[in-house]
Design a protein around this ligand. Structure first.
Ligand code: OSB
Ligand code: MG
Length: 370
């Protein structure tokens, strides 16, 4: 295939409920939608980077820069047969996983559409539905947490993830566990702790948590080895894992027993699948994380999460948890805590041009040979 045109658009959607983590608070999301036309076939991708560098080093602006000034010129007009070929065109680009994921996802969509296949089939997924949990932000009081949990358990979601931070941790988890003795429960610290907090983190062993996600620094593997050795609860890495090699090293060293695979963070579905394969070969369970994706990135997450090793419920919830009006049809919804994989070709959802246009803050079009 050959990409003849790339359209970039920064699109803003307001969140139904503002979301607070240990590192950032957001009321709306600015994601870059990437539309490619390759051999006359359209493909869509989403770059779900936060706009601040508080979760990871990338931002919406760095993604725009890298897509516009590097990834687009390196790929426009160049022939490729597979996504491996495509990725080789911009192999020189280090890091910048969110930016790469936006373009790669659009090319997967175009490739799958050109073959008339759903993306999950092209990826080799085996699940017909993916297990869905919810990730709940930090609230101003425990009552709001209980309300959220009641709502989402009522909607059928299968596990609850609580964001924790210093001052909003052991006590909150104790109260939640006290009220919901049987719920599948896990926590995410977004790198808010250090090894000095080991005694506090050990207290979390009392609450039968599925896992503790990214307790230590965003770029650490080594200290997590020490922490995992001191904890009964499995450590799960998110921020620290950018590649299949990172995953292999973390597992070999004993830094974690579970990995959160985020398509956005790792550069797209190709590396997400490689991480899945590394984990599957070592018996390490994985789940699909999220970045509050709009329907395009969410559909890609669902396709990736259909791979066999995604045995734990992920953070890919129905889009009605996040947005009043998403940018795709049909809406992506969870039923009894599961999202059915899409059988249409490509991502299996259709972007709605009017909804995208009315929420676009900035747009650019790049063409081959221009
Ligand atoms: O660490 O998993 C995270 C959202 C934004 C940034 C980081 C994270 C998250 C989530 C929400 O936990 C996942 C989702 O519901 O999409
Ligand atoms: Mg996380």
């Amino acid at each position: 295939m050959r990409i003849e045109q790339i359209d970039l658009a920064v699109v803003r959607l307001p969140l139904i409920r503002p979301f607070q983590t240990s590192s950032s608070r957001k009321a709306h999301l600015d994601h870059i939608l990437v539309r490619v036309v390759a051999d006359g076939v359209e493909g869509w991708g989403e770059c779900a980077s936060p706009s601040d560098p508080f979760y990871c080093p990338e931002t919406t602006e760095t993604c725009w820069h890298v897509l516009h000034d590097f990834l687009a010129p390196m790929t426009l007009g160049k022939p490729w047969e597979s996504i491996e070929d495509l990725a080789a065109l911009y192999k020189k680009v280090k890091g910048n996983g969110f930016a790469r994921a936006g373009l790669e996802m659009a090319c997967w969509d175009a490739l799958a559409r050109s073959r008339g296949l759903p993306l999950h089939r092209l990826l080799g997924g085996t699940r017909s539905e993916v297990l869905s949990g919810v990730s709940l932000g930090i609230e101003s009081d425990i009552g709001a947490v209980f309300e959220n949990i009641d709502q989402y358990l009522g909607e059928g979601y299968r596990r609850i993830k609580l964001k924790i931070a210093p001052g909003w941790d052991v006590d909150v988890v104790r109260r939640v566990r006290g009220r919901y003795p049987d719920v599948a429960l896990q926590v995410d610290a977004n790198s808010a702790y250090s090894l000095d907090d080991i005694d506090l983190l050990k207290k979390l062993d009392d609450f039968d948590l599925l896992l503790i996600e990214q307790p230590l620094a965003h770029d650490d593997i080594i200290d997590h080895v020490k922490l995992q050795a001191a904890l009964k609860t499995p450590v799960c890495l998110d921020e620290s894992i950018h590649s299949a090699d990172d995953a292999r090293k973390a597992i070999e060293l004993g830094a974690c027993r579970v990995i959160n695979i985020k398509v956005s963070r790792v550069g797209g579905p190709l590396e997400a699948r490689r991480i899945h394969d590394v984990c599957a070969a070592r018996g390490v369970p994985v789940w699909c994380g999220g970045m509050h994706e709009f329907g395009i990135g969410r559909a890609a997450n669902v396709a990736v999460a259909s791979l066999a090793g995604f045995s734990l419920p992920g953070d890919v919830s129905g889009s009605d948890k996040y947005y009043r009006e998403d940018v795709v049809e049909p809406p992506i919804l969870a039923t009894r805590g599961a999202i059915a994989v899409f059988e249409g070709s490509g991502l299996g959802v259709e972007p709605v041009p009017d909804r995208i246009r009315k929420n676009t803050l900035r747009a650019a079009t790049l063409r081959a040979g221009a």
